[in-house]
Design a protein around this ligand. Structure first.
Ligand SMILES: Cc1ncc(COP(=O)(O)O)c(C=O)c1O
Length: 416
């Protein structure tokens, strides 16, 4: 049986990931392969580390990608610091909080969690009060919850973690590169970013960073594994077990992403090229202008959606700028709308998970997908498809409202 050559349709991807990849990244990924210890490649590795530091707003020595999708970053950080029986506290406000719990449990943690209703975030004081009761070794929390489109304020929680001597691990998979994430200023000890969202690089790597507090935990554990720690050393009594994962053992990965260059895995060379170019694009645009661009397109989208007569989902004060959640009008088959949008307009939007399945649509405005033509296309397409589904919308209003936002922005730029 013969197979056709690869011929994928051209799509406008307006989901919360994976999103459209910048053509410059795609070109970079077709660069010829280098050996993983070739000095030309190790120079690139060092540059990728430096660019991660800048995008993550940190001075940490350790900043490198984990091979695997974003959860590989979560798993590497958590697996390397959690020892069986450790207390880990996870405040959950959507699906990806549950993922953190699952990973921690698999590595033997004693997990404590609290939940708030989906569509909301936690009052930091509630998290801090709970921490004081539990005294966890690790607090793990999501910054941008893709499933509900909310963003958890972290600075106060970070400060409290430092004061209470807890390690703070943050999943910033959905927010990095599109929204302010201040690793050092917010006292975050370990942070995971995603490639396939606001960085507009394909899925397949998870850039992470961690500070010396986490480095110390990892190195102490390595001493145990090497049999250097003494039996009298109380701190090590409990942790006689090696990190359960070879692939995600940060101690080994640190030896690879440092001048020692000790062999661990075979590096995903083309992904490093893609990440290099994706990070370079972020820094070329500048962090602040990039965040402002995400806010502008969010404003145009939200204004258009509301002008159409649709209702936004969730607590507006804590909306994640790069994910807009829309309530599916009563009686409308949300999946049928998504299917028609894809078939007739080649535009993809997302549904959601768990309790929100069938209740909301999610539209992403992330990275390279976060452009005027994409926002206008999704508004126009959605309106047409809703009319086909006999939904009463304010016809013709959405595009005009969004275009007004863009026009106002353009005239403000001309005055400047
Ligand atoms: C906030 C968040 N964390 C973690 C993940 C898991 O990422 P992946 O599916 O790339 O492993 C996602 C994926 O959408 C996410 O949105």
């Amino acid at each position: 049986m013969g197979f056709n050559s690869l011929n994928t349709p051209s799509r406008t991807i307006m989901t919360p990931g994976p999103v459209e990849v910048d053509p410059r990244v795609l070109r970079a990924m077709s660069t010829p392969i280098l050996g993983q210890f070739d000095p030309a490649f190790t120079k690139l590795m060092n540059e990728v580390m430096e660019m991660i530091r800048q995008v993550f707003q940190t001075k940490n020595r350790w900043a490198f990608p984990i091979d695997g999708t974003s959860r590989a970053g979560n798993e590497a950080l958590l697996a390397s610091i959690i020892e069986p029986g450790d207390k880990v506290f996870v405040p959950i406000y959507g699906r990806f909080g549950h993922l953190l719990v699952e990973i921690c449990e698999r590595y033997g943690a004693d997990v404590y969690s609290i939940q708030c209703p989906w569509g909301e975030v936690f009052d930091p004081d509630v998290v801090i009060a709970e921490m004081a009761k539990i005294s966890p070794k690790v607090v793990a929390i999501v910054h941008g919850e893709t499933s509900t489109g909310r963003m958890q304020p972290l600075e106060k929680i970070g400060k409290a973690c430092r004061e209470q001597d807890a390690i703070l691990v943050v999943d910033a998979v959905a927010s990095i590169g599109g929204v302010e994430v201040k690793t050092d200023d917010w006292f975050i000890d370990g942070l995971i970013g995603g490639t396939q969202k606001c960085l507009s690089v394909p899925a397949g790597m998870a850039p992470i960073t961690f500070n010396e507090r986490i480095e110390k935990l990892i190195l102490e554990r390595k001493k145990v594994e090497a049999g250097i720690a003494t039996a009298e050393d109380e701190q090590y009594q409990r942790s006689r077990m090696a990190i359960a994962s070879n692939y995600f053992d940060l101690a080994m990965l640190m030896d690879y992403w440092s001048p020692r260059r000790l062999n661990h895995h075979t590096e995903a060379t083309s992904m490093v090229y893609g990440l290099y170019e994706g990070l370079r694009l972020v820094l070329e645009e500048g962090l602040k202008p990039r965040f402002i661009r995400h806010l502008l397109h969010e404003k145009a989208l939200v204004t258009g959606i509301q002008a159409m007569g649709l209702k936004l989902y969730g607590d507006s004060e804590h909306k994640l700028p790069c994910v807009t959640c829309i309530e599916i009008p009563a009686g409308v088959d949300g999946e049928s709308v998504r299917k028609m949008l894809l078939k007739e307009f080649s535009i993809e939007i997302a549904s959601s998970f768990g309790p929100l399945q069938g209740k909301i649509w999610r539209i992403g405005t992330m990275g390279y997908s976060c452009r005027k033509e994409n926002v206008l296309a999704v508004l126009g397409g959605l309106e047409a498809v809703l009319i086909r589904h006999e939904v009463q919308v304010n016809r013709g209003e959405a595009l005009q409202a969004a275009m007004d936002i863009y026009a106002a922005e353009e005239s403000a730029m001309t005055i400047l």
